[in-house]
Design a protein around this ligand. Structure first.
Ligand code: PLP
Length: 425
């Protein structure tokens, strides 16, 4: 695409954008002194205006029905999570029986690893990213310790090459080959939270399976951002959170996926709860656990309806847009951000912006991570003062995620103008 770093160009692109009206469906933060440029949908998605109504519906039904709301609420609470299933399956490219919305991300990762990390004999290692998101590191370390292994020995970390910022898939392949007899499980973030790199999940799943390993992904930065095809790729399990690109409220309910081939395996170990019990017998309070033959079997507890109502509000928006269109706009918008950053970097001597996210749009989603050579935290503090909500990581990385549901080309243009006003000083 031929981009131009001008207001006119940005406004023209916004006019042509078939998704432009979705911006109106979100509430933009009002705390900034200058008009906000919100670029942290990868951390906490914005609130859809409809969320309040969806939650009020449940509050009203709770007021009216008390416990009977489980059966008589407009959206009965007993099976409340079921109204999220089909839409969730579409977002991650799964069959409805392969997904469930329940708990939070790290909890779900643990529950899935209880079932799918099954070390035995020589095959006890986990292949994972070096410098994974801290919660994932702690989860992985504690899982291997739980089975009596040492993290230093049992975790094989995929490291970056000297001087490089992103992982080469050929290096993942050679590590899998090298340790093919020892790897019990591969567990990687589908999109790296720091660099925004999208991994080739299909290839990794194939390589992992050829080596006899189980393959799972943390999709925190991928769900609602990447056009996922978990079933087609044959991924064994995955989990994600609802509050980043999926806009489902702070700490909101999250989802998990288990490939259909595992759903009827009664030998899988699991930590069970009554909401995973077959629905016909759940209330018979029988002693023997008989899991639902879907991903719902991993549910422990009954549905947290208020959080799920918020999730439903956002899922309805995703359903009306569809991942295909969303990803088209994502690429155009992220490409524009890349163009504007490069343009500024070329024109100013006092900065060298290095985009450490892959340039290839098939290897990234909405996020660009930018190293600001020659500049420090003052640059970031300045743009924050000017209304930009972005993310700063020491020593000098700025993470910017224009969310295609509600960000537009003018946001990107304005961001560039704010950067320039600092560099001109
Ligand atoms: C955001 C994020 C988390 C957060 O986990 P919670 O259990 O939702 O607090 C974990 N892992 C990754 C990779 C993340 O990006």
């Amino acid at each position: 695409m031929n981009y131009q770093n001008s207001l006119n160009f940005a406004q023209e692109k916004d006019k042509e954008d078939s998704l432009r009206s979705y911006r109106e469906q979100f509430l933009f933060p009002t705390f900034t002194k200058k008009p906000v440029v919100y670029f942290t949908g990868n951390s906490l998605g914005l609130q859809p205006k409809s969320t309040r109504e969806y939650i009020n519906q449940e509050l009203d039904d709770w007021a009216k029905w008390g416990v009977e709301g489980h059966f008589y609420a407009k959206n009965p609470w007993m099976p409340y999570h079921e109204i999220l299933t089909k839409q969730t399956a579409e977002i991650v490219g799964a069959k409805p029986e392969e997904v469930v919305v329940t708990h939070s991300l790290t909890t779900n990762l643990h529950l899935l690893m209880v079932s799918f990390y099954r070390p035995h004999g020589k095959r006890y290692k986990i292949l994972c990213e070096a410098k994974a998101f801290p919660s994932d590191q702690y989860a992985l370390q504690s899982q291997v310790k739980f089975h009596g292994y040492e993290p230093n020995d049992a975790l094989i970390q995929i490291a970056l090459r000297e001087g490089e910022h992103t992982v080469r898939m050929e290096d993942v392949k050679s590590l899998i080959d090298k340790h093919s007899e020892e790897i019990a499980m591969i567990m990687i973030g589908g999109v790296n939270y720091y660099t925004g790199q999208l991994w080739d999940m299909e290839a990794i799943t194939q390589w992992g399976h050829s080596a006899g390993a189980i393959v799972g992904f943390d999709l925190a930065h991928a769900a609602g951002n990447i056009h996922l095809k978990l079933n087609e790729w044959g991924v064994d399990f995955a989990a994600w959170c609802g509050y980043k690109y999926l806009n489902s409220s702070p700490g909101g309910v999250s989802g998990l996926y288990v490939n259909e081939r595992h759903l009827t395996n009664k030998d899988l170990p699991r930590f069970a709860g009554w909401w995973g019990q077959n629905k016909d017998t759940r209330f018979l309070m029988e002693e023997e656990f008989s899991p639902i033959p879907t991903a719902e079997a991993w549910q422990l507890s009954n549905a947290p309806v208020l959080g799920m109502a918020a999730h439903k509000a956002s899922l309805d928006i995703f359903t009306s847009v569809g991942m295909e269109k969303l990803c088209e706009k994502r690429d155009a918008l992220t490409g524009y951000l890349e163009f504007v950053i490069d343009d500024i970097s070329d024109r100013y001597d006092n900065v060298d912006f290095e985009i450490i996210t892959p340039r290839d749009k098939t290897q990234r989603g909405a996020q660009l991570s930018i190293l600001a050579h020659g500049q420090g935290k003052e640059l970031f503090d300045f743009i924050s003062e000017e209304g930009v909500v972005a993310d700063w990581r020491e020593p000098n990385v700025i993470r910017i995620a224009p969310a295609p549901l509600y960000n537009n080309f003018e946001d990107v243009y304005r961001f560039g103008q704010i950067l320039e006003s600092y560099l001109k000083q």
